[in-house]
Ligand binder design. Structure first.
Ligand code: AGP
Length: 613
């Protein structure tokens, strides 16, 4: 994530911004910068690569006096970490300073639309927004309207704060899609904006959260909000509890809900600095093989436990599709005792959020003994798995407190997508057009996952109607089979309901004997090559009076009237559908658990990390 901080009021803005950036440094520190609204030149901009302290040292004792400004700490998405690509960015005439967090998916298209004469000072996607806003300001358009028009032309999921040079003390914030939140802090004679609560709490506990599609026109003495159409929006000021636990949960009742809703940001952080355009490619730091090593591989084995094992089951498809290598998935607790046939031609990829799961570590030791090159996908710096493997792809998802894993599942799947693309590039078996297609599709994921979160009201209604059932089936085919397994696991661990996931083709071989009106089935029936077979499975269930909740592709209403409930996913590339279909399944389990009064964050009998066999 990147970190945004902004201030307008009566106090000196410089020190407030630098201190705010220190609070936000955990979000990324490739580079940092601040812009101050000063008399005369208007915008005073200071930027530095590396950690915040580098910026502090650079400006020590020479920051001009100012009572409003914006600050930013960056984790590069587009454009390598450098001073040139550091925020704040401005338009060529320096009419506006801009800080931004997220992805502008159509930045190349917008750059082209700006015309050849436009000179760009950076390689970032952000700068195109500065140019668009600056152009509107030059035409005399009001700053709020200028920002609203600019973000209205952009696609993706992001948030930003713009500071117009000619209106001292005015800040315009905007949020597009679900990634990258923005919070307004209401102080005494001052206001602040930040990416998260932590940076605001030293100044105020009175806050307002911007929702996707909203903009805020902020001055020290007043603030107003509009929606993406420019219509005024009334928004409440919330008094935030300062306790560490409340800070940890933000505005959510449970850590599970918070982490579930962090998924657009979490997926964005997997992509950041790894999915690159111009040319479209994936580059992975810490990958243990070079081209020669990758070309010497004869197969890939993926191991994990629980939800991480299900991420492996999705990742296997990617390895075979993009790297054209045989790929197997193994439950780590089985793998370690099976005396698997291993050799240095086998790349072992382990997935473990904690990096401390005993069975997964034991499987890794088995692989190490056989001389296999190893890569681990992990969310925990310093974890044991990162010390055993030859290389680590970190999820960067931040702490996952709730025992049931949500954001680390979608992040793990995205990381495995990246690994398979990187491996395919090394083996030379990944066609360039497929690479480009997949990178573009992945850059849309934060927005798509955010749209999937908007299914929550519908899914909560389904949960209310289905919470009373004691048994569920979950069915899927292909990439949706592991997701059916994950949906069943979530319902088991969160709501203590017996739920089984099956490949839909398995139904006739026994499980359909279970089906009657007391056994609902969640069927993931996406528009892919096996959709008609899924439809046939659904009709067989209905013929036995089994209620069906279908998760379907965007715009597909063909099962209307066939099933009891239809949950339509947002548009997403079929190969990346698991990252999006996970969300309604997580929401269903969460809301059924709420209906049943279960302990959502610490379900009975479970632990967050299983460090014993
Ligand atoms: C996931 O919801 C479960 N809590 C559990 O299956 C978990 O995924 C499993 O224990 C593996 O944990 P790890 O990713 O830390 O290795």
């Amino acid at each position: 994530m990147c970190g945004i901080i902004a201030y307008t009021g009566e106090r000196s803005a410089g020190p407030i911004l630098l201190d705010g950036l220190r609070h936000l440094e955990y979000r990324g520190y490739d580079s940092a910068g601040i812009a101050l609204q000063v008399e005369g030149p208007g915008l005073h901009v200071e930027r530095a690569t590396g950690k915040i302290e580098g910026l502090v040292r650079r400006v020590e004792g020479r920051l001009p006096e100012a009572t409003s400004g914006v600050g930013h700490t960056r984790w590069a998405t587009h454009g390598e970490p450098s001073e040139r690509n550091a925020h704040p960015l401005t338009d060529p005439e320096r009419r506006v300073a801009l800080v931004h967090n997220g992805i502008v998916e159509n930045h190349e298209e917008l750059r082209a639309a700006l015309g050849d004469g436009q000179t760009f000072a950076s390689d970032t996607d952000t700068e195109v927004l500065a140019h668009l806003i600056g152009r509107e300001l030059a035409r005399g358009v009001d700053a709020l309207e200028a920002v609203r028009c600019a973000v209205g032309r952009a696609r993706g999921a992001f948030s930003l704060v713009a500071m117009p040079r000619d209106e001292p003390g005015r800040l315009i914030a905007a949020r597009v899609g679900h990634a990258g939140g923005i919070v307004v802090g209401h102080g005494e004679g001052e206001r602040l904006l930040a990416s998260d609560l932590g940076a605001l709490l030293p100044h105020t506990r009175r806050v307002t959260f911007l929702e996707p599609g909203e903009l805020a026109d902020v001055r020290a003495e007043r603030v107003c909000y509009v929606d993406s159409a420019g219509a005024a929006v009334e928004k409440a000021v919330e008094e935030q509890a300062v306790s560490a636990v409340a800070l940890g949960k933000g505005r959510h009742r449970h850590f599970l809900a918070k982490e579930l809703h962090e998924q657009p940001d979490a997926v964005l952080d997997v992509l950041r600095g790894r999915y690159l355009s111009d040319p479209f490619r994936v580059e992975l730091e810490g990958f243990p093989l070079d081209e020669e090593g990758a070309r010497a591989l004869r197969r890939v084995v993926l191991v994990g436990m629980g939800t991480s094992l299900l991420a492996c089951s999705v990742g296997r498809h990617y390895v075979e599709r993009f790297a054209r290598l045989p790929a197997e998935v193994d439950n780590a607790s089985e793998f370690r005792y099976r005396r698997p046939v291993l050799d240095p031609g086998t790349l072992v990829i382990s997935v473990s959020q904690s990096g401390e799961t005993a069975d997964t570590l034991a499987a890794m030791e088995e692989a190490r003994a056989a001389g296999c090159p190893q890569l681990t996908v992990c969310n925990t710096p310093g974890a044991q798995a990162t010390r055993v493997a030859d290389g680590t792809v970190f999820l960067r998802a931040g702490p996952e407190i709730s025992v049931a894993s949500t954001k680390c599942l979608t992040s793990s799947i995205t990381a495995l997508h990246a690994i398979a693309l990187h491996l395919g590039r090394l083996t030379g078996r990944l066609p360039e057009e497929l690479a480009a297609e997949q990178v573009r599709a992945a850059l849309h994921l934060p927005a798509a996952v955010g749209e999937a979160l908007e299914l929550e009201p519908q899914v909560a209604g389904i949960a209310e109607r289905y919470a009373r059932f004691q048994n569920f089936l979950f069915l899927g085919r292909g990439l949706s089979y592991p997701m059916a397994m994950e949906g069943a696991l979530k319902l088991k661990e969160l709501a203590y309901i017996h739920a089984e996931g099956y490949p839909a083709g398995e139904m006739k071989h026994g499980p359909i004997a279970l089906v009657d009106e007391s056994v609902p089935t969640v069927a993931i029936a996406l528009r892919d090559e096996v959709f008609e077979k899924m439809r046939s499975n659904i009709e067989q269930l209905r013929a036995r009076r089994g209620p069906v909740i279908a998760v379907v592709s965007h715009g597909d209403r063909s099962l209307d009237g066939v099933v009891e409930e239809l949950v339509e996913l947002p548009a997403v590339h079929p190969l990346l559908s698991p990252v999006v279909s996970a969300v309604p399944l997580q929401l269903l389990a969460y809301h059924i658990a709420l209906e049943r009064g279960a302990d959502v964050d610490q379900p009975r009998n479970l632990a967050k990390t299983v460090t014993v066999e």
